[in-house]
Design a protein around this ligand. Structure first.
Ligand code: 4AD
Ligand code: MG
Length: 475
């Protein structure tokens, strides 16, 4: 059976076709708009109501699953080339119009979040999720084309890859003989068969071990952060892409990240035009409702092209601080929290200023102060900065975080000691520095932030099927 997408691209009359899908609308007891998820567009199925039982036609309601058989003919109406002249109509699954939540009208995103199990039956969410799928395919394609191996990092792990303590602990309340502490109470922290484990915050450390044998690897899997942040850019469960490459330094890491980001965005520009155009129109409607001063002067497609066609600006943290010190984001005043101290982390306000107002293009910030970055980053010769890089995107802020890794055993041990990471916890990670150590680098791309950028959606909860946030883990 052909899909709606395939049928709509036919330009010949086909005497016998059949299609299954969900009714979007049924107008004038005559025109069924049918969608099967293969495309944004519906196929129009024309019913001669005189030939059908009234009781059957009553069951053609929004949301119902139906099976249509008929003839594919040239459409008399506007907006579509072909339509189906219905000969046979079978209702596969009824949908009670009184209770079906997804009506043929505009629903708020908040409402649709509460109906996440049905929201992909709308144009916006089906377009977003098709793009999400296309982007993940493009990511695998890029790495596969470029000699990387796909590595599955563990989800349950004993180590804290970021050393930031933002981990969900794994507990198993059903253990028959739960571990007890000295007072005889159940010790939930040691609940993974007597060991303490967490959900991974990043597959990086494990990816490093594979890079140091297979050369070029990447992970692409779920990661978890137990940070209680309720922003439009944070999730408790998100997907991360983490390439890791042996013998590559920070400059090579920047080149890789830029080339990779350009490839995946070009991929959807080439292959997903219909969904992108739809989301572009949605975004422009949304922009029109904003005050003039806050409106973006670029369309979604222009923003995507801008990334593929321009070099990312590479700026050191120290240069960025100078720019921010001398800036006046709103004519009269400088930044509310003045950056007078080198060594503080940038707030998202600063990042957005650099990207959206100052450089007006994606920016790669590098060589951050060591004290605000993770323990595994390569210390520079100045003893103060590390070979870190963050990529900042317009409208998103940080989309990528990465680094050249500390490959020297003694310095890595010192940095771990400084933040009280016991060597015994990461003995295997230290082994890499004992046996055949070498320069290596990698980065992590937050997949949902990429999908936000690519679709123009403003809230990260709307680009993942079932968002996990401090408020929401229902579905
Ligand atoms: O900057 P982060 O924490 O870096 C790492 O985890 C490194 N181990 C990556 C590496 O070098 N292999 O996270 C990387 C990216 C961020 O830039 C952001 O895009 C995304 O992951 N991210 C989140 N996305 C959604 N919700 C959250 N809570 C996120 N935290 C990070
Ligand atoms: Mg980061």
């Amino acid at each position: 059976m052909k899909t709606v997408s395939e049928l709509l691209s036919e330009d010949i009359i086909i005497p016998e076709v059949e299609i299954k899908g969900w009714v979007r609308t049924f107008r004038a007891n005559r025109f069924i708009a049918l969608n099967d998820g293969s495309t944004l567009n519906n196929i129009q199925c024309v019913v001669d109501f005189e030939n059908f039982d009234e009781a059957l036609l009553k069951r053609i309601t929004t949301g119902a699953a139906i099976h249509v058989k008929g003839e594919l003919v040239e459409s008399q109406g506007q907006g579509q080339k072909v339509e189906i002249q219905v000969k046979e109509l079978i209702v596969l699954g009824d949908s009670d119009p009184e209770t079906y939540p997804i009506q043929p009208k505009k629903h708020s995103f908040e409402f649709l979040r509460e109906n996440a199990h049905l929201r992909t039956r709308t144009n916006t969410f089906s377009a977003v999720m098709r793009l999400r799928s296309a982007l993940s395919f493009a990511i695998h394609k890029y790495f596969n084309d470029n000699g990387f191996y796909y590595m599955h990092a563990p989800i349950i792990t004993g180590s804290d890859a970021e050393g930031a303590g933002e981990m969900f602990q794994v507990t198993n309340l059903n253990l028959q003989n739960p571990p007890k502490n000295e007072e005889g109470n159940i010790d939930y922290s040691k609940d993974f068969f007597g060991k303490e484990t967490n959900l991974t915050v990043s597959g990086q450390l494990e990816a490093e071990t594979y890079a140091m044998s297979l050369g070029k690897v990447y992970t692409f899997g779920p990661t978890f952060r137990a940070e209680n942040s309720n922003t439009s850019r944070h999730l408790a469960e998100f997907w991360m892409i983490e390439p890791e490459v042996a013998f590559m330094d920070l400059a090579g890491n920047m080149d890789l990240a830029e080339d990779f980001m350009k490839f995946v965005i070009q991929y959807i520009l080439t292959n997903n035009k219909e969904d992108l155009d739809f989301l572009d129109n949605r975004l422009q409607d949304e922009e029109k409702r904003k005050p003039q001063a806050e409106r973006s002067d670029m369309t979604l497609i222009e923003k995507l092209r801008f990334v593929t066609e321009n070099n990312f600006k590479r700026v050191s943290y120290t240069e960025a601080i100078d720019i921010l010190r001398n800036s006046k984001p709103n004519k009269k005043k400088k930044f509310k929290f003045l950056i007078n101290e080198w060594g503080t982390d940038l707030q998202s306000e600063h990042e957005r200023y650099l990207v959206e107002k100052h450089f007006k293009c994606p920016v790669i910030l590098f060589d951050y102060p060591a004290n605000i970055k993770a323990f595994y980053m390569r210390l520079n010769d100045d003893g103060k900065t590390v070979r870190a890089m963050d990529i900042l995107f317009p409208g998103i802020g940080e989309i990528v975080g990465g680094a050249q890794r500390e490959e020297r055993l003694d310095i890595l041990k010192e940095r771990m000691a400084a933040i009280n990471i016991p060597e015994k916890d990461l003995w295997w990670y230290l082994d890499l520095r004992k046996y055949g150590t070498a320069v290596h680098s990698g980065f992590g791309l937050g997949f949902e932030r990429l999908v936000m950028f690519a679709t123009g959606m403003g809230n990260i909860r709307d680009v993942i099927p079932y968002p996990r946030t401090p408020q929401n883990a229902e579905f």
